[in-house]
Design a protein around this ligand. Structure first.
Ligand SMILES: NC(=O)c1ccc[n+]([C@@H]2O[C@H](COP(=O)([O-])OP(=O)(O)OC[C@H]3O[C@@H](n4cnc5c(N)ncnc54)[C@H](O)[C@@H]3O)[C@@H](O)[C@H]2O)c1
Length: 253
């Protein structure tokens, strides 16, 4: 028996990186995966790869910062799939800048994706889960929601907000039988980490020198997908309102 057999899942930002690995893992475990990304070509590439290996996936476009866009995406997913068992709020962005150099527009745009996006997707999916009498939400937090990271005040604050949003929504949704959790990865080898490496390099810092702070070095997207699979499956039925660290010990010190 596959671990997500017969379940339906939305994975935002599933076009690349961690979201792509989660989409592929869920599909391999029997889920039908709806993949909305800001860039439709990325979403299509993930869905095509899943279908090519015998899985079930649909590509879609969304801007998680915009309510009309999120509502329309959720409507399309429900119309096609019938119900949403799992929502993974994975889409996220980072901006590496000294606090006093960050513009208000940059600060707001980061929060719009990382925090408002999580709120909007939950807002429009939860009513369908309530109607179904069950549901499961996994939000992408970060070790940056637990500890400070230089030149990432907005990002750290946004991920701390995701962790607290997760806990508050979990408490609110207990009676609705909807589980809500967050994942807090450390450094993961994706294009986001490439971006951070090149921005830090401009400041004379080689962040790859810090990869040994994590057991085994930087994580892979597949490492994070394994945690998402655990949270999305019934094996974690008693895990609720948690922001689970998967960071090779980065935040343990
Ligand atoms: N890579 C890391 O080291 C790391 C560590 C901790 C947490 N995270 C978190 O994991 C998540 C995925 O990160 P990643 O490293 O795979 O990044 P990534 O940049 O490789 O992928 C992010 C995806 O989100 C999509 N996206 C961005 N803005 C969007 C929007 N407005 N609407 C819809 N989709 C949008 C992008 O198109 C992209 O496909 C993010 O929430 C990130 O903050 C990453």
């Amino acid at each position: 028996m596959k671990r997500l057999e017969g379940k339906t899942a939305i994975v935002t930002g599933g076009g690349q990186g961690i979201g792509r690995a989660i989409s592929e893992t869920f599909a391999r475990e029997g889920a039908i995966v709806w993949i909305p990304d800001f860039f439709p070509d990325r979403a299509k590439a993930t869905a095509d790869a899943i279908q090519a290996s015998g899985g079930n996936a649909y590509a879609d476009q969304v801007d998680v910062t915009k309510e009309e866009s999120v509502q329309a995406m959720v409507d399309r997913a429900v119309k096609k799939l019938g119900r949403i068992d799992v929502l993974v709020n994975n889409a996220g962005v980072d901006i590496l800048k000294a606090m006093e150099e960050m513009t208000v527009q940059e600060f707001d745009s980061l929060f719009a994706v990382n925090v408002r996006g999580v709120f909007l997707c939950c807002k429009h999916v939860v009513p369908h889960m309530k109607k179904a009498g069950k549901g499961n939400i996994v939000n992408m937090g970060s070790s940056a929601g637990y500890i400070g990271a230089p030149f990432q005040t907005a990002y750290c604050a946004s991920k701390g907000a995701v962790h607290q949003f997760t806990k508050a929504l979990a408490v609110e949704c207990t009676s609705a039988n909807i589980r809500v959790n967050a994942i807090a990865p450390g450094g993961v080898k994706t294009s986001m980490l490439d971006y951070l490496s090149s921005e830090f390099a401009k400041k004379g810092v080689d962040i790859n020198a810090f990869s040994n702070m994590q057991l085994g070095g930087w994580a892979t997207p597949a490492d994070i997908a394994a945690m998402a699979l655990f949270l999305a499956s019934d094996e974690s039925r008693q895990v609720h309102g948690a922001a689970l660290q998967i960071d090779g010990g980065l935040t343990a010190a």
